[in-house]
Design a protein around this ligand. Sequence first.
Ligand code: ADP
Ligand code: ASP
Ligand code: MG
Length: 406
Amino acid sequence: MKIVVLKFGGTSVGSIKKIKKVADIIAGYKKKKYKVIVISSAMSGVTNELIKKSFEISDNFSESEHDVLVSSGEQVACSLIAGRLIHKGYKSRSWLSWQIPIITVGIHKNSRINEINRKKITKYLKEGGIPIIAGFQGVNNENRITTLGRGGSDASAIMVAKFFKAQRCIIYTDVEGVYTTDPNKLKKAKKIKVISYEEMLEMASLGAKVMQPVSIQDARLNRIDIEVKSSFIKKTGTLITKRSSIINNKIVTGISSTQNDSKVSLIGVKDKPGVAASIFKPLSKNLINVDMVVQNISANGRETDLTFTIKTEDLNKTKKAIQENKNINYRKLLFEKGVSKISVIGVGMITTPGVTFRMFQTLANKKINIQVISTSEIKISVLIDKKNTKKALSALHKEFKLDNKK
Ligand code: ADP
Ligand code: ASP
Ligand code: MG
């Protein structure tokens, strides 16, 4: 069977007009004799609204009920798409995860797809039907509804492509593809024709919302090529694929930035073995993700300062966990909300020395202070004052020749 998986994001199904357009795109593939499997997200804004409602009920809303609640948005979008296709004369229906089923493992709000039963969908495809599958959701082995983390319908699409051995997996979104940096933040951003899984994974993890990081991991493990393109403009998008298929002479492929980071500093903690561990243990117990960490060299051999970053949404939990931790002493505890992490990413860095220097010099020329640094083989991240984000993005984009047409 020649199967294509089409995933539509929130903005692509954000209004009735757009849903009608989506139905036309789907019909186009059907006419080209593809067996089409569609994955849809909720209409844009709906998931956020549902989460807001849960907070109005309780600031400690049940995690299992959270998943039942927020997964409902996808049901609406799927039935509207299926309804439109039926209106156009096609055989179509919506499928919720428990009806297939799509089995997940892991915790509520952050589960992962482990298995998809192919039987019913395969039969439906053979009968000429167009299944419209709700993204973002699954069921666990206790038959409870689960969700896959924000942006999780990307992961639904990749895993459906894997289990149904799809020939193509296309992610339709509101931009024309993956850009050198967020095109909504920097006008000069350029569309990238081809990008490796590794670079895309770094870009997504470091703030490029266009793809959910977990979905890229799944695609990389299963060697699934992903096409990212616009639902609104008919143009070639971006191909995400394995590194060996790419010829690239750029040192830096893209630049990502984050919006919602906070910085925590503990001033004057004892400089002895085990202190960092005792600070981070309660954070990990509370499922708080610590990102960048820096510990100053102790000036007097007795005391040091420790700084780390977290997501701003975890700030209150973090404050509480540190203040209630009787195992650590510090002189001062500082929190700062207005920080942003800027990262330059590219496999070309492995073989090109001097990228770190160029990044730091560029920021220095713009009088932007670097607060924390972290690096890996293919990326360099720095923490800066949030108000300098745009200036930094623009200067780095130019420095690494990303302004130039490819
Ligand atoms: P969808 O609703 O289709 O899942 P998302 O809002 O999750 O769409 O992702 C698309 C958005 O990702 C774009 O509107 C864009 O602002 C943002 N984005 C961030 N970084 C990038 C990038 N490097 N390339 C393209 N888009 C990006
Ligand atoms: N609707 C979900 C969200 O907003 C899933 C997705 O968009 O992929 O996170
Ligand atoms: Mg998304």
